[in-house]
Design a protein around this ligand. Sequence first.
Ligand code: 48F
Length: 267
Amino acid sequence: MDEVLISRAIMESYFKNFLDALDVEVAIAGAGPSGMTAAYYLAREGVKIAVFERQLRVGGGMPGGGMMFNCIVVQEEGRRVLDEFEVRTKKYKDGLYVAHALEAVSALCLKAIKAGANIFNLISVEDVMIRESASGRDVITGLVLNWSAVSWSKLHVDPLTVRSRVVIDATGHDGEVCRIVSRKIGPRLRTSTGDIMGEKSMWSEKGEREILENTKEVYPGLIVAGMAANAVFGSPRMGAIFGGMLLSGKRAAEIALEKLRVERLLK
Ligand code: 48F
């Protein structure tokens, strides 16, 4: 066994994937439940996508269930999405189902990758790329990336950039991509203040109800999904109920597909 050959196999395969991700149709920031669900529904339709996840592992807040008890709860609509991912659920009470958090995370990741999604861990999104559109407005045209290890160790290393027709911010509670946009471009998000309105305190029912409405194109070329959507539009958090995250990811994929379809028609 040749150790150098093993190293070469890793490096050549990785960089082939990475080179392929430099120009995609949809780039997703964050491989939590909403990001991986969006990735699956897009990849399934043959859309070229890449997901960039800051941490070593995927899943965001899902593996921890509620307060480290690794079970998740979904409502009826969420259960239907889990069914599609072949995640087993148990009925707890009418309209409430429980699944193993790790089974759910594994299934979301496996199905997304098998559908064709390219998922990169240990890479952080630190900025967006912009261009001026024909109508004179700035449009998000990609993500600026760096190794997570670079930012964690506070090294001064310049990033690299990937181009994409659509970006999905699925970075969770901090809504990091939207935050970058509002900080660098100005308070011009499609919220009532133009700025990030900030997540509100726990109210599961309201949070779950509002998340789908909040999942939308929040700036030209940028769709916000999952908990980031509620943070951007000032809706409540909802705790360890995950149906809204799955449905929001699915909704973000539908919006991105529609944008790509319209673009193709206009070409
Ligand atoms: O936080 P996260 O799980 O977001 P989500 O998909 O789901 C929220 C639930 O987990 C839970 C909840 C349920 O009611 O409220 O919190 O909306 O996943 C977000 C992922 O994005 C990564 C982060 O490590 C996590 O895995 N992430 C955050 N910022 C960046 C990032 C960044 N700048 N670059 C890359 N990845």
